[in-house]
Design a protein around this ligand. Structure first.
Ligand SMILES: Nc1ncnc2c1ncn2[C@@H]1O[C@H](COP(=O)(O)OP(=O)(O)O)[C@@H](O)[C@H]1O
Ligand SMILES: [Mg+2]
Length: 241
């Protein structure tokens, strides 16, 4: 398997305050990797930096063998990294269809663009139903689907989704993860930030646990599933509550 994303000794600061330090991880092509960890661990900072929205203070980021630290967010997106940020950021006053058309992608109206849109709407049928309605009228779970759909229309080589299940009703969390499973079966490379350890371990090939700006544990999900230490590490080494 070839490594698609390689991050080495990444450090990121907000002003003079370090948010992450010495983060090293990789994502192989076709893999599904999850970041788990409590609030403030540095998960969002790390993925925002990979996408070029924050600048690294130290370390190196390579995508498909090419250095992308210092590359603009637009150029990184062009290379095939698509980030759905925490909080989704859809345009409420535009329709679902208009939101989707904003995704920079294939030539609008071309046969390939129509096929791609069809595939995405098959993955999220509610968006077809709501296509002409205002995005602001969608539920949180539907907005998350719209945000992911928009990212998919850019035909990413690496799809990063930051806390897709945040604030969603369980049925939508299931739906979103079912869509990820579908994408994964189609060999898309995924990096998902997820609060629930159980869900991350159930879904991912590999999991990284972040705490206080560092990776404290990582491994294959299959190996970590029965590992009580892993769960207690999430809660700071204390016994599992
Ligand atoms: N815009 C910001 N300005 C200053 N500090 C920030 C900012 N965003 C995050 N931080 C800090 O950086 C650290 C990592 O935050 P974050 O990456 O958002 O963690 P997570 O996504 O794991 O919850 C935290 O200590 C947080 O308070
Ligand atoms: Mg976050």
């Amino acid at each position: 398997m070839s490594t698609l994303l390689q991050v080495e000794s990444l450090g990121v600061r907000y002003g003079s305050i370090p948010a992450v330090r010495d983060i090293t991880f990789y994502v192989d092509a076709g893999e599904a990797v999850c970041f788990v960890g409590p609030n403030g661990a540095g998960k969002s900072t790390t993925v925002l930096t990979v996408a070029g929205l924050l600048a690294p203070h130290t370390g190196h980021i390579r995508f498909d063998g090419r250095a992308i630290d210092g590359t603009s967010a637009e150029d990184i997106a062009q290379l095939g990294v698509s980030l759905v940020p925490e909080g989704r950021r859809i345009f409420s006053r535009l329709t679902v269809g208009e939101n989707l058309k904003l995704a920079k992608s294939l030539r609008p109206g071309s046969a390939a663009a129509t096929r791609l849109l069809d595939r995405v709407l098959e993955l999220f049928p509610i968006l077809r139903e709501r296509y002409d309605g205002y995005a602001g009228l969608l539920s949180g779970g539907e907005q998350q689907q719209l945000a992911i759909a928009r990212a998919l229309l850019t035909q990413p080589r690496l799809l990063i989704v930051d806390e897709p299940s945040l604030g969603l009703a369980p049925k939508y969390v299931d739906l979103v993860f079912a869509a990820f499973a579908h994408l994964r079966a189609e060999n898309m490379t995924l990096l998902i930030v997820e609060q629930s350890i159980r869900r991350a371990l159930a879904f991912a090939d590999r999991v990284y646990l972040l705490r206080s700006g560092a990776i404290v544990r990582h491994g294959r999900a299959a190996d970590l599933r029965g590992d009580a230490d892993f769960e207690s590490a999430y809660f700071g080494g204390a016994a599992t509550p």
